[in-house]
Design a binder for this molecule. Sequence first.
Ligand code: GAP
Length: 443
Amino acid sequence: MDTFEKIGSLAKRRGFIYPGSEIYGGLSGTWDYGPLGVELKRNIKEEFWKTMVRNRDDVVGLDAAIFMNPKVWEASGHLEAFSDPLVECKKCHHRFREDNLGEKKECPDCGGKEFTEPKQFNLMVEASLGVIEGEKQKVYLRGEITQGVHVNFKQVLDSTRIKIPFGIAQIGKAFRNEITPGDLTFRSREFEQMELQFYVKPEEKEGKKWFEYWKNERMEWYLGLGMKKSNLKFREHEPEKRAHYAKAAFDIEYKVSDGSAGLTPSSWKEMEGIHHRGDWDVGRHSKFSGKDLSYFDEESKERFIPWVIETSGGVDRAALFFLMDAYHEEKLEKETRIVLKLHPKLAPYKVAVFPLLANKENLVKKAKEIHGELKKKWMVAWDERGNIGKRYRAQDEAGTPYCITVDFDTLDNNSVTVRDRDSMKQERVAVKELSVYLEKKLA
Ligand code: GAP
């Protein structure tokens, strides 16, 4: 099994990620997040929001509508140029992204070697709004969350006291009619992005300074949440492959250890992009809307269209790569243990509580009491099925950092066993100190 298959199997088994609408045969490129997955994703978004918005004075948040006036997409260039090269295998007639076929140019489905000439295929997903047939308006599901921010640039300025340099962050869904969705959630047709659009003075020095700053901030964010340094790197986009307006572009890439399901040849995969977008966005929206979106700088008394430094990450890709990074198979004496060593901030459950035996009323009662108390502070799992060993394995696969067992000694001396996910070591802790103990450990 390759890495994607292993993660896919664990994700489904434990309730992180399920294939979308599976009972109806699925829908390609869509995924549903189960009870553990939704917590992981929420934790990722919460950490992004804390770091990028709440802990800063120079960034504010926004939540724009998914449907936008179609003119937005004309202005942004998406209707004209948001496309990938599509080729068709001449043997089986399946269609692929040309750049995903690799150097051998071989059809992944039938082995065919001949393809049609590449055609540019637009990735925007169309929808229609309105109630009268024939008069419905064609709209698009946003292809990136970015434009919702830029069209509100002036309103944010007018309704807050913020001044350039400043940023607007947003998290939300984006939709792309991907030609070859695959590698689990890596390339989906519906996915979530977490972005920052940071507006700066249109000066080379300012642009460069903030570009470097955000590049490093974003890398540090992934490292701070426990991703291994050796699995992360920057990749610079070649100037000829960058969008024509982009002054610089780097990706943060994640190393997929033992190959992918074959859709993309490289084992380094894009997780987030940091882009210097120049004055493209605000400039184009000024022009297409006919509204003056220029900025007046009180200090220098200059009026200008700001430059934008963007950080754009995929929440689903981050979730997938956090899972991969945390995934460990450890050989024990009699078995192989699968454990997710997720950072406590990301782990869906922080703690699990078990009564040693499910049929001993006083043990269950005491364990329920502790469970109820800890739940006031954290996401806490409860398990009373099977034996303790099985419960530990289940929590290891869920990435739960600590397991607490209530046993007969608890009834005598009011202490419990706390087991550490990573070291598997157990400690006896007094119930009255449990909360402080866990607070320290989870910090
Ligand atoms: N606003 C800039 C922008 O959207 P992008 O490189 O097209 O740039 C940014 O996308 C990030 O969104 C990617 O680095 C990736 O994490 C995520 N992303 C893009 N397409 C995706 C897809 N089809 N499935 C899952 N995530 C995707």
